[in-house]
Design a protein around this ligand. Sequence first.
Ligand SMILES: Cc1cc2nc3c(=O)[nH]c(=O)nc-3n(C[C@H](O)[C@H](O)[C@H](O)COP(=O)(O)OP(=O)(O)OC[C@H]3O[C@@H](n4cnc5c(N)ncnc54)[C@H](O)[C@@H]3O)c2cc1C
Length: 354
Amino acid sequence: MKPIENIIIIGGGLSGLTLAYLLSKQNICATILEASPRLGGRIQTVMGKQGTPLELGATWFSDLHPNLLALLDNLELKKFPQYAKGKSLFQTKSFEPPQEFYIPETETPSYRLAGGTQSIINALSSTLKPETIKLNTKVISVTEIDSELVVETNTGTNYTAAKVVLCVPPQLVSSQIKFSPKLPDAVSTILPTVQTWMGGAIKFVLEYANPFWRTQGYSGMLYSHSGIVSEMYDHTNVETTKFGFTGFLNGGSSSYTKDIRKELVLKQLSTLLGPDASNPLAYYEKIWTDEFILVGNQIVHRPHQNNGHPTLQNQYMNGKLMFSGTEATPEFSGYMEGAVRAAINAFEKLVQHN
Ligand SMILES: Cc1cc2nc3c(=O)[nH]c(=O)nc-3n(C[C@H](O)[C@H](O)[C@H](O)COP(=O)(O)OP(=O)(O)OC[C@H]3O[C@@H](n4cnc5c(N)ncnc54)[C@H](O)[C@@H]3O)c2cc1C
């Protein structure tokens, strides 16, 4: 195989890192340009005060996700099932008691990653040469000059590449990166309409000294139409030594202050699970609307709108520019499986053309 020189990967999320990893296994070195100060994008595990891995971003996957599972195997990472034993709660109206239900054991349970989802990001990046990863480096333009692409960044440094792979949500490509010559109308009109999965989501995590809900027979699973917490799950670590919850807050709560959101979360949980819920060791949250996931308001008429659109499968700038990232792939787009599939698709295109 002829070596491919000068590949630039824009975006250091799961897709960009998986692509760099696949290339590195073929001794092909790529440079990752990542706008934010950290790797991982929509994967972000924070540690609680007692070291509990707490997910502010992607958390679950299943046996339906073969490419992700194979990658986890290759990286020797361990998965474990989401705890779901005991009474789960469903709150319909604030003035009615919650309904209790039990989750049946299924053949395709939801899994979590031991040590937190960040483990996959850490494992991937540890296989790459540190000098090939440029953090705090936002790409602002891509210009075709003869047989090369010049990638301009906000640091003042430009990079020259034979191939550029966009591992960034298409809506962000549209709002943040200028192309010269312009991309065809067929693709530039689609880009702003591709829904960025989970853009705008509000995730919260809580860490507790003890799993008081488990000892009272609760699974920790909660769905609510009436409280600020719309969805919640047990977040105990794989060793069952550290405890907590993770879940989503309803979208309307983004206009409250963090203190008010925390107060409402603890009030809802104390009412449902008892007074122990009001004394967490830590509360963290993240509203996924920063410049690294969304710029401007998305107009979304259907879930996964234009994810995997045919224009995202094509190559542009005379075969030198292509899309990857979870929204680019037609199957499982939006999910970690989609991010890995997109990376495999881009890898195959890069290798085939040489
Ligand atoms: C709250 C939340 C919960 C989720 N839960 C799940 C779940 O349980 N299961 C699941 O499978 N998936 C889940 N997901 C989705 C999952 O996180 C994504 O599918 C996956 O991480 C996307 O990876 P990616 O590499 O395609 O994109 P991203 O992770 O978005 O990475 C893109 C990267 O590009 C960078 N970037 C942006 N603009 C530029 C620029 N101009 N120049 C350079 N870099 C740039 C960003 O900073 C980012 O690091 C969740 C996501 C969120 C936000």
